[in-house]
Design a protein around this ligand. Structure first.
Ligand SMILES: *Cc1c(COP(=O)(O)O)cnc(C)c1O
Length: 388
């Protein structure tokens, strides 16, 4: 037998050669702005998902501290054992009300929820139809289960309907349509109304991941999925605009009971700790009150996108706070990221396999907490790179 560790070097070398090698770069947040330091240098962070700046909001920190003091550092058990504290149950009630559903269930992370729910709500007689650009966690979930799994072209209603029609010839016990509201790599939105209509017409169930919309878009900033009739599982995450951690599913009472009874990603894990529940509860209370901030934020997103386009950058189909600067070539993308870093800007390059080939990009995420100066600085740097 050859060297049993050879696979490590082989795979990593290949990544390196393709300019796809990934590594971790520790940073230290500074104060309550978007500033971070790394190796003694200061940067403005344009890659965080803290879309409203709530991770450092005084009320969020305060309630997190309160719960920590009162209830301790850990939940001490899984939810079904003794890990369901009154604060978990209370937050779930508040979430259900906020998202217009009968019930809500907290999960430890969006990844954990997505990668375990799809296998739980389907069996080998079921069909999952997921948007091609769905988040990796959803793909993991679909592949982990035993259902037939097909992907429809991104946001393509015709393709989705074609697959639904074909499915009629088979005897699936149920069909789940899976999509997102705002897509994480392109920052575009799905035609959710039309997808919900298709689900209804073909008697399919609908699973919607609202991770990047909640907090930023929709009525009271509570996302784009809650306004749509017929969403059977509305999933959101608390690690983004909530500034906290964890995820939730808003659904019917029956669906919640089913997940509590059958979903391994919910059952076999320790409940979220009190400090996290406190932060999330405070954020949920704050989000609907930040109307003014959101209005300013929406305007700024639009202006920033337009400025980029005027500079000749390709921002793809983005219509949200996630704005890809699509460069195409991996090496050139890394050069741009390096250049921005020199200018004191953190903007993460995203390369295949996370995005399709030839679509390497700098993924910029704007936050309502960025200052005008922050944005000016980013625009100037991008402009100068273009002229290099
Ligand atoms: C971030 C994200 C997740 C994962 O959520 P975590 O709570 O960070 O694990 C799931 N789905 C989408 C669309 C996401 O963007």
């Amino acid at each position: 037998m050859s060297d049993k560790y050879e696979f490590l070097e082989k795979a990593l070398d290949k990544r390196e050669k393709n300019h796809q090698f990934r590594s971790l770069r520790p940073i230290t947040p500074r104060g309550h702005k978007n500033e971070v330091t790394s190796k003694g240098k200061t940067y403005v962070n344009f890659s965080s998902n803290d879309y409203l700046g709530l991770a450092t909001h005084p009320q969020v920190i305060q309630q997190s501290q309160n719960y920590l003091q009162k209830y301790g550092a850990g939940a001490k058990a899984s939810r079904l054992v003794t890990g369901t504290l009154a604060i978990h149950a209370q937050l779930e009630q508040q979430m259900a009300a906020a998202f217009n559903k009968e019930a809500a269930l907290i999960f430890n992370s969006g990844f954990q929820a997505n990668s375990s729910i799809l296998g739980t709500i389907t069996d080998r007689h079921s069909l999952i139809l997921a948007d091609k650009l769905s988040h990796s966690s959803l793909l993991q979930g679909a592949l982990a289960g035993r259902a037939d799994f097909q992907r429809f072209d991104h946001n393509d209603l015709h393709h989705l309907e074609e697959l639904l029609q074909k499915a009629r010839q088979k005897n699936f016990n149920r069909i789940w349509i899976v999509t997102e509201t705002v897509f994480s790599m392109d920052g575009d939105r799905s035609p959710l109304n039309e997808i919900a209509e298709l689900a209804k017409a073909y008697n399919a169930l609908l699973f919607v991941d609202d991770a990047h919309a909640v907090g930023v878009w929709g009525q009271n900033g509570l996302g784009l999925a809650k306004e749509i009739d017929g969403v059977d599982i509305l999933l959101g995450t608390c690690g983004k605009a909530f500034g906290s951690f964890g995820a939730y599913v808003a659904c019917s009472k029956k669906m919640k009971e089913y997940l509590i009874n059958f979903c391994p990603g919910f059952i076999y894990t320790t409940a979220l700790p009190p400090a996290v529940i406190g932060a999330t509860a405070a954020a949920l209370e704050l989000i609907p009150t930040l109307k003014q901030e959101r209005n300013v934020f929406h305007r700024r997103i639009k202006e920033f996108r337009q400025s980029l386009q005027q500079l000749g950058f390709n921002t793809g189909p983005s219509s949200t706070q996630i704005i890809p600067v699509i460069i195409g070539d991996e090496k050139r993308t890394l050069e741009l990221a390096g250049y921005l870093k020199k200018q004191g800007i953190l903007a993460t390059p995203i390369r295949p396999p996370t995005v399709p080939r030839e679509s390497s990009r700098i993924r910029i995420t704007l936050s309502a907490s960025h200052s005008d100066e922050d944005i000016e600085k980013l625009l100037t740097s991008l402009k100068n790179f273009n002229h290099e």
